[in-house]
Design a protein around this ligand. Sequence first.
Ligand code: AOF
Ligand code: ZN
Length: 432
Amino acid sequence: MGERNTGYNKGFCKTGAKTCHISHSIEPLCKIQAGIHVVPHIFQAPHIIKPNLSMQTDENRWNDLDHHYMAMAHEQARQAMYLSSPNPRVGCIIVNAGGRIIGCGHTQPAGEAHAEIQALNDALQNGEDPAGSIVYVTLEPCSHYGRTPPCTRALIQARVGRVVIATSDPNPLVNGQGIEQLRHAGIPVEVGLLAQSTQELNVGFFKRMRHKKPWVRVKIASTLDGYLALPNGQSQWITGELARQDGQKWRARACALLSSRATVVQDDPKLDVRTVSTPRQPKLVLLDSQLRVPPSARIFDANRSVYIFAAVSPSTQNHPSNHPSGQITYFVAPNSHGKIDLNQMLECLGQLEINELHVEAGGTLTSALLSGKWVDELLIYLAPQLMGGGIPWAQFTTLPTNLADNLQLKWLEHVAIGNDLRLRALVMHPPT
Ligand code: AOF
Ligand code: ZN
């Protein structure tokens, strides 16, 4: 390398400013696009790659060391779990010609360095020259000027010798162009090693990029016979302490938590992250069609942005002067029944760059989301108890007349957490 580098992609904009232009609107935001159905195929082979790109996806092509370093890159990516949103969780490992790791990095908060830049700068700080090295990165390097300059530019400038990528970037601004730019610069690029790990770690980012809506994960804490609460509404606590702590991790990784007026009025939950060390609280999305949640509700106590979706406009009656309004943005999105248009709400959250939406609500909202085929994943904590009756977590207004029409799920995992079971399932929507 000629002139010694003092750092890659230095001087980029660090404002972290969002490009979203809708945060102050109280008008209906998104036109409903009829006929759009979300098909959660995130764990299946992606079909986002431009067909003219020659990408090999046979993992057998790579040797044990390639697998090892890409697994390490994914460990790096996991360090961005609570950090990088709305950007994807990406990790990068740089290995020199002697097989020694000279730099590693993961995505920083939006507006700051991407994984590759972190890794290149790490190599420089270690006094190492990345020229000729192999770069293992869990997502296709970006090729565009976003909040930061393109990572491809930095990799080309560093004259790296080879780039191994887990999977291409579904962001339409990148989507194969990063690979093309590197190849065009004469750098050999291979794609497809541990692609599924990247997709699983970034279900929300992939869903938003492909479908412009968040990945909707509904959390349920239920008795074995499927009840959330006694008929008198009592629901604390069905599952044990360990399950509740585990639930905090799922809250922490989400961009936003969603709940309903009914749950907020009934339980007065804080709905925040307390037992996980995280640099940011997820945003709170409250569905309150008639704007009746009182300003004293504990959900307003946490220091975070609150998005309230309603079917009516805020006024002095329903938005009293003592409302903690500083961080509240209202969205008015009525449907023809005077309720909140859930499809429009999800489209708005997509525009607001919400990747993973974590729902903690009662049976009514959960059932409405399931009926509308908007749920991607169920996260169920099942307690070894029978209630024999009560408030069920799913009750549809229209029941199937044929077993084949039941909402089909696919188990992702079942694990014991203390005395409870954690079940995760994908909701399989029929292809449309
Ligand atoms: C990478 N490495 O670590 C990440 C990438 O606004 P910017 O400049 O931060 O760009 C954000 C986009 O860059 C994001 O939507 C995604 O396409 C890509 N994220 N790319 O090469 C990374 N986080
Ligand atoms: Zn980048």
